[in-house]
Design a protein around this ligand. Sequence first.
Ligand code: DSN
Length: 416
Amino acid sequence: MYDALRKQDPEIAALVDGEQERQRTVIRLIASENYASRAVQEASSTPLSNKYSEGYPGKRYYEGQQYIDQVEQLAIDRLKALFGAEHANVQPYSGSPANMAVYFGLIEPGAPVMGLGLPHGGHLTHGWGVNFSGKLYQSHQYPVDKVTERIDYDEVRRIAHEVKPKLIFAGTTAYPRFVDWAFFREVADEVGAYLACDIAHISGLVAAGLHPSPVPYADVVTSTTHKTLRGPRGGMILCRAALAPAIDRAVFPGLQGGPHNATTAAIAVAAKEATLPSFASYARRVIDNAAALSEALTSHGFRMVTGGTDNHLLVVDVTGKGVSGKVAAKALDKAGIVCNFNSIPFDPRKPFDPSGIRIGSPAISSRGVPPSEMPRLAAWIDRVVTSHDNDAALAHIKAEVREFITAFPAPGIDAD
Ligand code: DSN
């Protein structure tokens, strides 16, 4: 692979080789990462990206759209069918631009908005202070409950009635439980707000019917396309037909210029792959692996935030093991087990050295690692955390990890 690149720019080719080999030989547990198929990767790197196509299918500002219009229409139609949505926009460059288009399309700057606080599992674009959403809007963040660590639905309702938001964001990036979309719909209706549901992390699970879908409840649903959905790096917005003009105008010309057409093609491929029986088994494995890993880690004395998981991820409080999340994540990386440090709700520690780690099962599930292997994985994680300052022990575990994981082909790298 990459013959031309190797010849033209060996320096970049060597770095690509290095990253590919890293992805092949480590256990990747970053909850937002995955392995895109070879077909998705091929579509992403086609000459479709040579083409400008500002506008939408049939209404462009450049000629020569004979093929691009068909590509984009296919991506739109496949996503609408996959999620049962009335309208789809496949042009957002990623999840944050998709969310930005929702704000720009539906409400005015300065309007009150609500979202789950970042330290409680929300996203930057759900109103966090340093983000445009916290700077341009009057943002009110709702919390999780201190005891259950689940979304504090009573507080959501109380805050909504107090601040009368114009837009409520529901959705999470580090929250291991189902979200009650119907509840958010009720509250949005009570206060006359739009409801936007961000399913970036779980869109693959929603597509497979393994997480309740927000589509029947939401005015707008946003997502990245590369997490559990296993497409290319990109974004999408699904919405009711009545909001389509406002959302489309917000994406183009409101925020973006020409869509990334090769990415659009790869989104279409991923949407097709998501209808296959192999995707359904992968999604099932994602859920089963996360549940099995939660149980196995708990038996090693780790504390799961909320006590477990309903979805693809775990937030693990590692302080009971005498380490911070950052120390644990860095030691795990040295041992070939890659995750990220993460705040836990009401974390007494600082965000750059918090109490937790976030662990996700999508990538290992794409490799076909079964739930029966989760006790082995939990035992490694426990050994790493207890020998976090012993480089020789970590190197030893890294060799074991490499031998184990390379027995499971990495989609898009080893084979499909
Ligand atoms: N950065 C993504 C994640 O890791 O969850 C969210 O945008």
